[in-house]
Design a protein around this ligand. Structure first.
Ligand code: 0T9
Length: 382
């Protein structure tokens, strides 16, 4: 464990042993301080919009094919933030704060160069298992992105394997015209470097973006092969009929991808750069902590986060215990009174018609049912 501080080596060893032995709830497990992140999982949906101009540009597409390609471009450009930014900021992947039920996160990206104002709304809609729901809107561009995230984790030969449960649906609804929807499935993760105390993520398997207009992007994620290959590799085949893609994109999702083949599309050229995420991204704008309410993540976790950042882990753990005890008491009181917790911005549905029909389209063309998906949350009041 080269990256583990000397006084936390035994703590890390027993933490690793416990994840290896009962591949269960990683969130509730106590981890040594050096691996703790001061950021809650409710903040993660902000990664979707760190390149707001690419999201807005979807609505500049001149036809359904152009827009579907722009959705793919924006999506690939989000991966670096989603899966490598903790390494860049904090030196390795870290254990995020486990959100409490009802935890909220609000943010915006300002209107600039005509791209329109984008708003983000996040709510922790379940604690056991942890599920985070989000809703993102750019009204002037007629775009919304709505989804939820949960994870199933297991442990295999030294790595944590994460299956993402959940999906995102992007809606383009120009007034007076047909509504377009896109189902976005999420990649599987493999977290390596655990033994050394320096975890990092690689993406594996396939993901899909299915447009209601018929276009399907099949996205293959590959890491560094044992003998060859590069880390964070991606190959996306864009097609109406998946056996003959009209555009193929290849490269590294954390740097540059290029168009490697075009057969019958006027919206891409072989050899051109498709995504380049080596340029700066734009972090979400959040209200100052002083003006946040007690359920907003940065206010709620303020003392814990300060403790983690300053190395005062005793203060961090004390306030974390306070928050957890308060939650336990709240659940008991709700049970006694027979009044369960009410979500603020989302409602739980048994089935989402958009998901069902778009997932069926993926199944029809690839024979793969993209995600086993038990939770559906739709914004109630935004
Ligand atoms: C949705 C993302 C997700 C959340 C995180 C697996 C993970 C929790 C879920 C999937 C976002 O859109 C993308 C990125 C990172 C994912 C996290 C990485 C991670 O390690 C945690 C898990 C729960 C752990 O904290 C494992 C223990 C830790 C010591 C390893 C660093």
């Amino acid at each position: 464990g080269g990256a583990v501080p000397a006084n936390q080596k035994s703590g890390w060893a027993s933490f690793v042993k416990s994840i290896a032995s009962f591949s269960g709830d990683l969130y509730s497990m106590t981890a040594p301080p050096f691996i703790l992140s001061p950021v809650s999982l409710t903040e993660f949906p902000a990664y979707w919009l760190e390149r707001p101009e690419l999201f807005a540009a979807i609505s500049d597409g001149v036809d359904a094919e152009d827009r579907a390609l722009r959705v793919l471009k924006w999506f690939i450009a989000t991966l670096k933030g989603q899966y490598t930014s903790r390494n860049e900021k904090m030196g390795s992947e870290k254990k995020p704060l486990n959100p409490v039920l009802g935890e909220l996160f609000y943010g915006t990206w300002p209107d600039q160069n005509g791209r329109g104002l984008t708003k983000l709304l996040v709510e922790q809609v379940s604690h056991h298992p942890p599920i985070t729901a989000y809703h993102i809107t750019n009204e002037s561009r007629n775009l919304t992105l709505s989804g939820h995230n949960a994870q199933k984790t297991s442990f295999s030969s030294g790595a944590i394997l994460v299956k993402q449960v959940g999906h995102a649906i992007l809606t383009y609804a120009p007034p007076g015209k047909d509504v377009e929807k896109y189902l976005i499935t999420l990649p599987r993760l493999r977290i390596d470097g655990i033994w050394y105390g320096a975890p990092y993520i690689e993406l594996t398997d396939n993901g899909y973006i299915q447009a209601s207009t018929g276009y399907l992007s099949t996205i293959e994620y590959k890491g560094k092969g044992y003998f060859s290959g590069k880390a964070h590799s991606i190959k996306a085949s864009f097609a109406v009929n998946p056996t003959s893609p009209i555009v193929v994109v290849e490269g590294q999702w954390d740097t540059v991808t290029k168009v490697t083949s075009v057969k019958g599309s006027k919206h891409a050229k072989t050899g051109e750069t498709f995504t380049d995420v080596t340029t700066p991204k734009e972090e979400v704008t959040v209200a100052p902590i002083e003006s946040q309410n007690e359920w907003e993540t940065r206010k709620l976790w303020q003392n814990v986060a300060n403790g983690i950042r300053s190395g005062d882990f005793e203060a961090a753990s004390k306030d974390k215990t306070r928050i957890e005890n308060e939650q336990r008491q709240r659940r008991k009181d709700e049970q006694a009174a027979g009044t369960p917790w009410q979500l603020k911005h989302f409602v739980h549905l048994d089935e989402d018609a958009d998901y069902v029909s778009l997932a069926a389209m993926i199944k029809d063309t690839t024979n793969v049912l993209p995600t086993e998906d038990c939770y559906v949350f739709k914004p109630s009041s935004v």
